[in-house]
Design a protein around this ligand. Structure first.
Ligand code: P6P
Length: 302
């Protein structure tokens, strides 16, 4: 495990160099991930640390990314949703990965993603320790969205079969007029105040449902069209389903950088504090107005 003095010792320049190397490794590995999917739809023995079924594709992607990211200098720890604890790979930054977010979408051949969060501190880190967050979306094409601490805007790349990648959208910001919404969890398990909020959203004729079952695909719809995605607090799971370190922080960071907002129902996702690497949190991201309305709707609960 990287020690505090190590993880805090990287200066700004070496931090950005390491961030570039990690993002380059993730982009260049994406085509290999994609090529390895067809033969790996099967579930394997065992569960991930969150108690979820693991697919061969999850393990394959995780092992590829550990090998590529773990060999980058100034990366101290590689942690993943598929591993109980971080792997000590040297000293420096901490990299958290959800290797194949939405892998249950493999069988129906729907969108999936790889999520990366890079922290300049020990794990479990704070959302305010993020120095870069990114996600690869395996859709009709393969794209990568990147937000960095040293840049005020979000960049979208397309990744080619060769692993080369190029910018397709610079200064990506959420459209001002939102038009899509998508919320996870079973409706009978939504809390009453959330159900009322969703009815309000649904009554807006400009809003339409977009929910694909993989957060990255759904968040990318919000980033493209404006709107809100949420995996809410549930009556049978008050902390929701999504993991803070691997999903909540990085997606919250990206959406806030793109001019939107994030929340756990009360405050920015980046201010959620948990002391367990695999802790969960309710996740809501999207246009500021929609997030403000959500927090007002849930205020009576907290
Ligand atoms: P449900 C995928 O398993 C995931 O972690 C997220 O990518 C996605 O938003 C959510 O779970 C989907 O959960 O309960 O709708 O299957």
């Amino acid at each position: 495990m990287a020690t505090k003095e190590n993880s805090g010792s990287t200066d700004a320049e070496s931090t950005q160099k390491t961030v570039n190397a990690v993002l380059d490794a993730v982009a260049r590995t994406a085509p290999e991930v994609r090529r390895g999917l067809p033969g790996r739809r099967i579930a394997i023995e065992g569960k991930n640390p969150s108690g979820e079924e693991q697919k061969a594709a999850d393990v394959y992607t995780d092992e590829l990314l550990l090998e590529r990211i773990g060999s980058i200098s100034n990366v101290g720890v590689y942690a993943s949703e598929e591993r109980a604890s971080g792997v000590d790979v040297g000293s420096g930054l901490s990299v958290c990965v959800d290797p194949l977010d939405g892998s249950s979408n493999l069988e129906p051949n729907a969108a999936m993603g790889t999520i990366v969060a890079i922290y300049d501190d020990d794990l479990p880190a704070s959302g305010r320790d993020i120095v870069a967050a990114a996600y690869v979306l395996y859709g009709a094409t393969t794209t990568m969205i990147v937000a960095r601490s040293n840049k005020e805007t979000v960049t979208e790349y397309v990744i080619h079969e060769s692993g080369d990648y190029q910018v397709v959208r610079e200064e990506l910001t959420l459209p001002e007029n939102p038009s899509v919404y998508g919320f996870g969890g079973r409706v009978p398990h939504w809390v009453e105040e959330f159900e009322e909020y969703v009815s309000e959203v649904e009554s807006d004729p400009s809003m339409k449902l977009r929910y694909g079952g993989a957060m990255i695909g759904d968040v990318n719809q919000v980033l493209t069209y404006g709107g809100i995605f949420g995996y809410p607090t549930l009556t049978n799971a008050p902390e929701g389903k999504l993991r803070v370190q691997f999903e909540g922080y990085p997606v919250g960071y990206i959406l806030e950088k793109a001019g939107g907002a994030s929340s756990d129902g009360r405050k920015s996702l980046l201010d959620v504090e948990k002391d367990d690497l695999h802790a969960r949190t309710p996740v809501y991201v999207g246009n500021e107005g929609l997030i403000d309305d959500l927090e007002a709707a849930l205020a009576d609960r907290y």
